[in-house]
Write a protein that binds this ligand. Structure first.
Ligand SMILES: *[C@@H]1O[C@H](CO)[C@@H](O)[C@H](O)[C@H]1NC(C)=O
Ligand SMILES: *[C@@H]1O[C@H](CO)[C@@H](O)[C@H](O)[C@H]1NC(C)=O
Ligand SMILES: *[C@@H]1O[C@H](CO)[C@@H](O)[C@H](O)[C@H]1NC(C)=O
Length: 204
């Protein structure tokens, strides 16, 4: 069903100077995510910088049928073959011992949306060497999915879906104690990377 977008590849380019987005964790690097996209479905790869929403908006200008397909997709819950055990750390916004970076809560609807897009776009994500290197892969309505590499070498995942599953779990398992319709959490993969779901007001 998503075969039309499997030609889409994603990779990271050298960090862009003057990047407006701040790292989710103080002192962490921000990796500018560049997605190599077969925008026209004819093999010509176009580089798009930013989040999966930036990719969709670019696609919408040039190949709206493809976007329609991704938006209409219903990620198959049983199609979790690449999902790995991830340790989820829920963060109570009001507990300074847990919320050491002063994060705010995200909207599950927008996190789920982002996860669906990540499952739909295909391609393989790469994150530069850490520890502490993060790329913002999804952001809409002030709700962000960050992907951080804590390895001292670059990592490449089989697909963006893996990050989508991480974000979905970190959000669904971590409702905020004060506003349960919001979520705040982090998921840690055994391969030394993690995902963060939280509020983000920076160009989002
Ligand atoms: C896209 O980025 C890659 C990696 O930086 C580069 O090799 C390629 O030439 C770029 N393609 C275009 C069309 O700019
Ligand atoms: C693919 O389509 C775009 C837009 O029509 C065009 O600019 C590009 O040259 C095409 N590439 C190939 C390989 O035909
Ligand atoms: C979900 O995936 C499973 C296994 O790949 C398949 O048997 C099932 O038909 C799929 N369900 C839908 C709704 O696509």
């Amino acid at each position: 069903m998503l075969c039309m977008v499997t030609a889409l590849v994603a990779f990271l380019a050298a960090p862009v100077l003057g990047l407006p987005v701040q790292a989710p964790i103080p002192g962490y690097g921000v990796e500018d995510i560049v997605w190599g996209v077969d925008v026209y479905g004819n093999g010509t790869i176009v580089n798009i910088t930013g989040t999966v929403q930036n990719v969709l908006s670019h696609l919408n200008e040039h190949n709206p049928a493809l976007v329609k397909k991704i938006l209409a997709s219903h990620p198959n819950a049983s199609d979790h073959h690449e999902e790995k055990a991830q340790r989820i750390r829920c963060i109570d916004k009001m507990d300074p011992a847990q919320n050491i970076f002063g994060w705010d809560v995200a909207g599950p609807k927008w996190i789920h949306d982002g996860a669906k897009y990540l499952q739909g776009v295909g391609g393989q994500p790469t994150n530069g060497p850490g520890p502490g290197n993060c790329g913002r892969v999804s952001c809409e309505y002030h709700s962000a999915i960050w992907w951080c590499n804590d390895n001292n070498k670059p990592i490449t995942l089989p697909s963006f879906s893996t990050i989508g599953y991480c974000a979905t779990n970190a959000c669904d398992l971590c409702p905020d104690s004060w506003s349960p319709d919001r979520c705040l959490g982090q998921g840690f993969d055994t391969d030394g990377w993690n995902c963060i779901v939280r509020r983000d007001e920076d160009s989002c």
